[in-house]
Design a protein around this ligand. Structure first.
Ligand code: SAH
Ligand code: SF4
Ligand code: F3S
Length: 447
């Protein structure tokens, strides 16, 4: 008899990818995905530990699941980065948790499920196994839409002083080129038109090809560009230190590589960048932006910022605003610094008071919103390809993605899902664009 699996995903795109893989791993045991938690026989919370608030959501949600478990004997699993960071502590705090599984061990979920159903006990696996989970994952069975994620790299060796990722995801590893090409071809066969390559430090990618040669991300993108059916490529998240010349040139040479790059800088102050152990200064970041724009003049940038890192003064914060003004972003994410257990910055003196963090965040976000609006408005009158992937709220309205990841609304007759059409942009708000189709809705290649 089929059983129902409900997965709730927090955090970054890599968790989205992992959630789909966990569903694949559990499918042979008879688990079918459901989006209704009340129907579930097994619930997985795929968690994020990046900021305090993200972590707290896990325990909040577990509290809510208590009522469900009181009614029916469901299996509750905590996966992801909170599982890795807190391990057995989770089951101590919330005994209703049956399984705790880290991000590198979830291919062993079937054994863990078998163990708890045999012995009715708990199961914990937060190993960083020597063999990669990727060698054990079945080919994906989860429905694939026009846009898909593909993890090519995992882990991080950078150890920024504020960040938990090197502890929760482990050391950097890159998947072999052939495995990535095979997965990309499979995604294309299932209808994916755009693939976003994922890694905590994706541009540190260095995977072996069939001849045992190590390829960088630029070369990997060149190889992926040859796959028919894949029309668009992106990658995220990149570290400024790993932006190799070859990758910059891929932005010039590969038409399928979209002219949009998420390149987090965190701060514009050299003093703070050093305290964060980012291993670069503001000038080298600005120089990198120049080189990217030389290679691909229409490239647009996005970033992450942290305000209120320990020791951040008004002058440091002003330097961040200056950098934002100099770069001109299409979009950005910004966060108040959140002290994380076990990271060096947690113990640093001169923690910034909460009201100061709040004030700085509001100022920074106002600047970003104005840049985002200006960027969107600059698209009015332009024509570019939009990949349609979902229905809009109004009758006959569809929503797609611009090359710059903006949502574009347009009225279309028929079913455009998975097709790329040229759209002329007529209107722009801070969060989306509207336009009109200017050519027939032909798929860019045989569908
Ligand atoms: N690998 C990526 C970042 C992954 S985490 C990179 O190097 O840029 C995503 C973002 O969360 C980071 O870019 C940072 O802006 C933010 N972040 C990470 N740790 C944080 C913390 N302790 N407090 C606040 N924001 C944090
Ligand atoms: Fe975290 Fe820094 Fe690694 Fe990004 S590069 S995941 S911010 S330690
Ligand atoms: Fe969060 Fe882990 Fe991703 S901490 S941001 S889910 S790598």
């Amino acid at each position: 008899m089929s059983k129902k699996l409900f997965i709730k995903t927090y955090g970054c795109q890599m968790n989205v990818y992992d959630s789909a893989r966990m569903a694949d791993v559990l499918a042979p045991l008879g688990y079918e995905p459901t989006d209704q938690v009340d129907l579930a026989d097994m619930v997985i919370l795929n968690t994020c530990h990046i900021r305090e608030r993200a972590s707290e959501k896990t325990f909040h949600e577990l509290g809510r699941l208590k009522a469900l478990k009181a009614k029916r004997n469901i299996t509750i699993a905590v996966a992801g980065c909170v599982a890795q960071a807190e391990g057995a502590e989770i089951q101590r705090r919330q005994p209703l948790v049956d399984i705790v599984v880290g991000p590198q061990a979830y291919h062993r979920l079937p054994e863990m499920v078998a163990k708890i159903s045999r012995a009715r006990g708990h199961a914990l696996d937060t190993d960083f196994p020597a063999d990669s989970k990727f060698d054990h994952l079945p080919q994906t069975d989860t429905p694939v839409g026009p846009t898909a994620f593909l993890t090519v790299q995992e882990g991080c060796d950078k150890f920024c002083t504020f960040c938990v990722v090197p502890y929760t995801r482990g050391a950097e590893m890159s998947r072999p080129v052939d495995a990535i090409l095979a997965e990309a071809r499979h995604l294309a066969d299932c209808g994916a038109r755009e693939i976003t390559l994922l890694g905590q430090n994706v541009n540190a990618y260095h995977g072996p090809d069939a001849d045992g040669q190590s390829l960088g991300l630029g070369d990997l993108i060149r190889r992926l560009s040859d796959i028919d059916g894949i029309e668009r490529l992106r990658y995220t998240t990149s570290h400024p230190r790993d932006m190799a010349d070859d990758l910059i040139l891929a932005h010039r040479d590969c038409e399928k590589l979209m002219p949009f790059l998420h390149l987090p800088v965190q701060s514009g102050s050299d003093r703070i960048l050093a305290a964060m152990n980012r291993q670069h200064d503001a000038a080298s970041y600005l120089n990198l932006v120049d080189r990217l724009r030389q290679a691909r003049p229409d490239i647009a940038l996005s970033s992450d910022f942290i305000v209120g890192f320990p020791g951040e003064t008004d002058a440091d914060f002003q330097a961040t605003l200056d950098l934002i003004r100099q770069v001109g972003y299409a979009q950005a994410y910004s966060f108040k610094y959140s002290p994380r257990p076990g990271t060096p910055a947690e113990l640093m003196a001169a923690q910034v008071p909460e009201p100061v963090k709040e004030e700085r965040l509001a100022k920074l976000q106002a600047l970003i919103v104005s840049q985002q609006l200006a960027f969107n408005q600059a698209q009015i009158g332009k024509v570019f390809g939009v990949l349609f992937d979902r229905r809009g709220r109004r009758e006959g309205q569809w929503i797609g993605r611009s090359p710059y990841l903006q949502s574009v609304h347009a009225a279309i007759n028929g079913e455009p899902t998975g097709k790329i059409a040229n759209v002329k942009i007529l209107n722009a708000g801070p969060n989306s664009l509207t336009g009109e189709i200017i050519d027939t809705m032909e798929p860019a290649c045989a569908a």
